[in-house]
Write a protein that binds this ligand. Structure first.
Ligand code: NAG
Ligand code: NAG
Ligand code: NAG
Length: 359
């Protein structure tokens, strides 16, 4: 460490009591996977002839489904699976995904069981192209989905009872849907839940060009792979950085949970949170850096919030959420104790003289 850095470090230490000798001040911080994608902010549109490939799949009553395209989607209002007095969940799928693949079906089943109307957006045709293009095309997809939601609003859909859920690229699509809906109606969608909203091609965009807390009455974001497929920036009213948000813990003697595994972990975490609504308790941090470093356990006064449908919408901020390594992942109140922190427990392997078993 150079003298200058050391002096700076001591000054910073005196000011903010951060830990000295953190090599990141010398080594730099990650740019993140695909931080900048050339041309990704160029205008994008979908020709009218292609809109018949934008599908809305309604699921209800014993998992029965009916698919509508953009042109006949206004008929969703009279679909027997739909009751506009109930809550409605609109699900935006991720890159390369389709409503005939398992992820959206998993969410549809969970929300159907909770009594929601479920509408799955199938934009596979526009999300199964080069990623740079897909990330651009989600802007017009969002606009056209919003047009359909506006038509449904005329037929009785209540935006205060309507939510959007999006995983990965779908987390960003949800933002474009909500923002266009705001512009067209002057009203907010009540809630966006973004599970690992995509970072690639989005992480350097301004908050107006990607998911942001201003998009809906309430935005909850769950981060599990912030420098890889996800995004480190705070984008919601409440942002959970699960186990620091960088990588997720697993049994390292079995297989390490690298970027893809950490990104997809958010799906089973969310399903578990729906089934265990009070068990994922996060601790408020002062910064994303503190969340990355799991350095929020001793903050006084301790402030907590619960990840999931029961999130406290008035306790907003950045939350560190500690989980177990395996499904169902939750730690309940033990999640507030540093000794249950999965990464710390994994590190402890060397404190127990583990190598002795080999001698
Ligand atoms: C919409 O939501 C945003 C962010 O939560 C909020 O600032 C704004 O006032 C809301 N707009 C309306 C019309 O309620
Ligand atoms: C929600 O958070 C607010 C602000 O921190 C707090 O005053 C309130 O008691 C919390 N509500 C519940 C149900 O925990
Ligand atoms: C590990 O080994 C050290 C030195 O041999 C010993 O002092 C310590 O008690 C051991 N720890 C455990 C958990 O066995």
């Amino acid at each position: 460490m150079s003298v200058r850095v050391l002096v700076l470090c001591v000054q910073v230490f005196l000011l903010f009591s951060v830990e000295c000798g953190d090599p990141r001040s010398e080594e730099g911080y990650p740019r993140g996977f695909m931080a900048v994608c050339s041309g990704s902010t160029k205008p994008a549109s979908i020709p009218r002839s292609q809109l018949k490939y934008l599908f809305f799949v309604v699921q209800g009553k014993g998992r029965s489904r009916k698919s509508y395209n953009y042109w006949d989607a206004k008929n969703i209002a009279t679909d027997p699976r739909i009751d506009l007095r109930r809550k409605t969940m609109v699900v935006a799928i991720g890159y390369l995904d389709s409503t005939s693949f398992p992820i959206s079906g998993m969410f549809a089943n969970e929300y159907e069981a909770k009594g929601y109307n479920v509408i799955l957006i199938d934009n596979q045709r526009f999300a199964t192209v080069h990623y740079y293009l897909a990330s651009r095309l989600m802007r017009p997809v969002g606009k056209h989905v919003a047009e359909v939601l506006v038509e449904l609003t005329r037929a009785g859909l209540d935006p205060t009872n309507t939510e959007l859920l999006g995983f990965s690229l779908g987390g960003q699509t949800a933002s474009y849907i909500a923002k266009n809906y705001q512009q067209m109606t002057g009203k907010n969608i009540s809630r966006i839940t973004a599970l690992e909203p995509s970072g690639p091609c989005f992480r350097t965009l301004s908050s107006q060009e990607r998911l942001d807390a201003s998009n809906a009455d309430f935005v909850q974001v769950v981060h599990t792979n912030i420098d890889g497929y996800g995004m480190s920036a705070r984008m919601g009213h409440v942002d959970f950085y699960v186990n620091g948000g960088e990588f997720q813990p697993t049994d390292l003697n079995v297989y390490p949970c690298t970027a893809t595994c950490s990104h997809f972990r958010v799906l089973s975490l969310w399903v578990s949170a729906m089934r265990n609504p009070k068990k994922f308790i996060g601790i408020k941090c002062n910064s994303i850096q503190e969340a990355r470093d799991s350095a929020c356990y001793n903050i006084v006064p301790l402030s907590t919030n619960v990840m999931g449908e029961n999130v406290n919408v008035t306790n907003q901020g950045i939350f560190y959420l500690s989980t177990d390594k395996v499904f169902p992942y939750y730690l309940g109140k033990n999640g507030l104790k540093p000794e249950y922190d999965s990464w710390r427990k994994i590190s402890n392997i060397n404190d127990g003289n583990e190598t002795e078993v080999y001698t």
